[in-house]
Design a binder for this molecule. Structure first.
Ligand code: PLP
Length: 391
């Protein structure tokens, strides 16, 4: 007899760990075993688990009002949008429930922009190693065989360029290009930061043809690099930006931020969402943004991440058979491995340290932004023990 099909669709290879409680940077199993969490739910729990201020807002808002339709005015949504506008390049914001939905809207916004101008610009340029989600649009945008195989016909309109190939970009960026869409730090692709000079160059190149610059800061945004958004390090601004993960601190929330110009085609009836921007999500998002933008918070991320990075460089030097290099910025870091990254993740897990594998044989370290220097030292000691166990 065939084995029964699992009640949960088996699209994940799950680690046999199951947590019942989270507090700060710690996750606890039913047995009481505690794990130091350098995954943050893949860059989601930006303020750690069960942050008291978020628990309070969740509780208060749940008692007042969870959900109303976007048919009505939602003050919490307006407040969060205003906070994002005040702190970024953006003039306007649309709220979603995920990064994928944000990517979908960004693509629609780009297409509508050129439609309204009466120009035929069918192509959005994207990059190898990119990840923008798992919808049909997002997999077509990323283009990798791993994500697209078996799901054709793929949505047309994307051209995937090699990462870091300036000549290929120059050759591709003609008047048929509607937009360039890129992660300032590739997350799933293996913590590959785009150097500031390249991001500046990309902004200039887009300006020279009128193509819109769309940044996917779903993973690298919301304080993770030590600035509110990663592109700020390069001193440039995009036309459109996708945000999700950290902005909800664990509550499903995403957003598309845009300039008034880029968003000009998105009039009433052109887009919508049942849940996106509901009072519960926005109350929590507003608290996350308030905490991350409070004076000193991002400076603290920068300070402690500098020390962490230095310790990781020492770890790489001490274990050249296991590790090759440290990549990334702030608290979105990757250990490029010589040993198979899956083995390193497993060995770290045996030391009760949670990490995330990424492409290019990288182990991702995405601690809550609230992690203390002592907890970061603890993490390095566990990584050291994990590396020792591999040789
Ligand atoms: N964009 C980037 C850069 C991501 O890292 C992810 C998720 O990992 C997404 C988009 C998709 O976000 P979600 O899983 O919330 O749909």
């Amino acid at each position: 007899m065939n084995a029964p099909f699992p009640p949960v669709l088996p699209t994940y290879n799950r680690t046999p760990l199951s947590f019942v409680k989270g507090e700060g940077v710690w996750l606890t199993e039913a047995s009481g075993a505690r794990y130091l969490d350098l995954t943050s739910g893949i860059a989601v729990n930006a303020l750690g688990h069960a942050h008291p201020a978020l628990v309070q807002v969740l509780h208060d808002q749940a008692q007042a009002l969870w959900h109303v339709s976007n048919l009505y005015k939602i003050p919490a949504q307006e407040q969060l949008a205003q906070a994002l506008v005040d702190n970024t390049f953006a003039d306007t914001v649309f709220f979603t429930n995920s990064g994928t939905e944000a990517a979908e809207l960004a693509i629609k916004m780009v297409r509508k922009y050129w439609y309204e101008r009466g120009e035929d610009r069918p192509t959005i340029l994207t990059f190898e190693g990119a990840f923008h989600g798992r919808s049909t649009g997002a997999i077509a945008a990323a283009g990798s065989e791993k994500m697209t195989k078996g799901f054709g016909p793929l949505m047309p309109g994307f051209k995937v360029l090699p990462w870091g190939d300036h000549d290929a970009l120059k050759a591709a960026l003609d008047d048929s290009v509607a937009a360039v869409m890129i992660e300032p730090v590739q997350g799933e692709g293996g913590i590959r930061p785009l150097p500031d000079q390249c991001l500046k160059g990309l902004r200039d190149a887009c300006d020279s043809t009128g193509a819109l610059l769309v940044l996917d800061e779903v993973q690298c945004g919301m304080g993770r690099t030590g600035r509110l958004f990663a592109h700020e390090w390069a001193g440039i601004a995009p036309d459109i930006m996708m945000v999700a993960k950290g902005i909800g601190g664990g509550f499903p929330l995403g957003a598309v931020l845009a300039t008034a110009n880029a968003a000009s085609g998105m009039t009433a009836g052109t887009h919508g969402s049942t849940y996106g921007g509901n009072p519960l999500a926005c109350a929590i998002g507003a608290k996350v943004v308030e905490i991350v933008t409070a004076p000193g918070f991002l400076e603290d991320v920068q300070r402690k991440s500098a020390g962490f990075r230095q310790s990781l460089e020492g770890l790489v030097a001490a274990h050249p058979d296991v590790f090759e290099a440290v990549r990334g910025q702030g608290l979105i870091l990757g250990l490029k491995c010589r040993a198979p990254n899956a083995d390193v993740v497993k060995a770290a897990q045996a030391q009760h340290l949670l990490t995330v594998p990424a492409a290019d044989n990288v182990v991702r370290l995405l601690p809550p932004l609230t992690i203390t220097p002592e907890e970061l030292s603890d993490a390095v000691a566990r990584l050291d023990a994990a590396a020792q166990s591999l040789v």
